[in-house]
Design a protein around this ligand. Structure first.
Ligand SMILES: NC(=O)c1ccc[n+]([C@@H]2O[C@H](COP(=O)([O-])OP(=O)(O)OC[C@H]3O[C@@H](n4cnc5c(N)ncnc54)[C@H](OP(=O)(O)O)[C@@H]3O)[C@@H](O)[C@H]2O)c1
Length: 239
């Protein structure tokens, strides 16, 4: 591996699910820094060899920014080739109504923290002419039972569109919208999909499609069965 091709990649929410699957896919070729809410002890032995890890709780958006920036500096990184802002949470609403605390937490974790992190990471990304990737959801168009989650992802979609023109020529910006995927997210949200879960995409296949979409720098990109059936998990650009 030629040193210059080893990218410096930050993946938030990288200790499980789609973030971890992406990290495992990329860690052999690139330098990886992951973040999550779980402690170092809780994730010990589960992360790809060589990956760094910082604990940053996005429910406190301002502090999560400081922690991430400190983690990057601790590695001695003075630039960032890719930031994949993937951490996310969702909660099932009952009768279409989220509680105030669920609305606040969902928007803080998914949207406010992501916006603040993107802004703070700009100088590091600009130095590498890098790429900012926001992980949205097909739910950004609206989804029954998760109104605050849908709103947070719609917010990310608009934010990505704004930054893509604002940062044009300096940092590439994209938003990826995965469809339902086999991770622990639904159980955490209080949703039991039952037999429908069999129709969810495998996390490794979603991660493979995320990686090629990141390499292509296009936006927005929907990551669904249609892309999978078109060979999206096996073809496309390599990051
Ligand atoms: N799975 C799907 O069907 C699906 C579909 C569309 C979009 N997405 C999006 O894809 C992304 C990854 O989801 P996933 O399916 O991989 O979910 P997951 O398995 O539940 O993983 C979520 C990740 O986000 C982190 N996270 C959650 N709350 C956090 C907080 N307050 N502070 C810091 N980190 C926090 C988690 O860290 P801890 O484990 O430490 O809490 C974990 O690493 C999310 O943005 C999600 O909205 C998922």
């Amino acid at each position: 591996m030629i040193g210059a091709t080893r990218r410096r990649i930050l993946i938030t929410g990288g200790n499980t699910g789609l973030g971890l699957a992406l990290a495992k896919k990329l860690s052999g070729r690139h330098q990886i820094l992951l973040s999550g809410r779980k402690s170092q002890a809780e994730v010990a032995g589960t992360l790809p060899p060589g990956a760094g890890y910082v604990v940053a709780d996005h429910a406190d958006p301002e502090r999560s920014v400081q922690t991430l920036i400190a983690g990057i500096r601790d590695l001695g990184w003075d630039r960032l080739d890719n930031a994949v802002l993937n951490a996310g949470t969702g909660m099932m609403a009952h009768d279409g109504l989220d509680t105030v605390s669920a609305i606040r937490e969902t928007l803080d974790v998914n949207l406010v923290a992501t916006i603040l992190q993107a802004q703070a990471l700009f100088p590091l990304l600009a130095k590498a002419r890098g790429t900012l990737t926001l992980i949205g959801s097909v739910a950004h168009k609206g989804s029954a039972n998760v109104p605050a989650y849908a709103a947070s992802k719609a917010g990310l979609h608009g934010f990505a569109r704004a930054l893509r023109s604002e940062w044009s020529g300096r940092v590439s910006v994209q938003v990826l919208h995965p469809g339902p995927s086999k991770t622990g997210m639904h159980a955490k949200a209080g949703y039991e999909p039952g037999r429908i879960r069999a129709l969810f995409l495998d996390a490794d296949d979603v991660a493979a499609m995320m990686a090629s979409a990141i390499a292509a720098r296009r936006s927005p990109v929907t990551i669904s069965w249609i892309r999978y059936f078109n060979g999206g998990a096996f073809t496309g650009r390599k990051l």
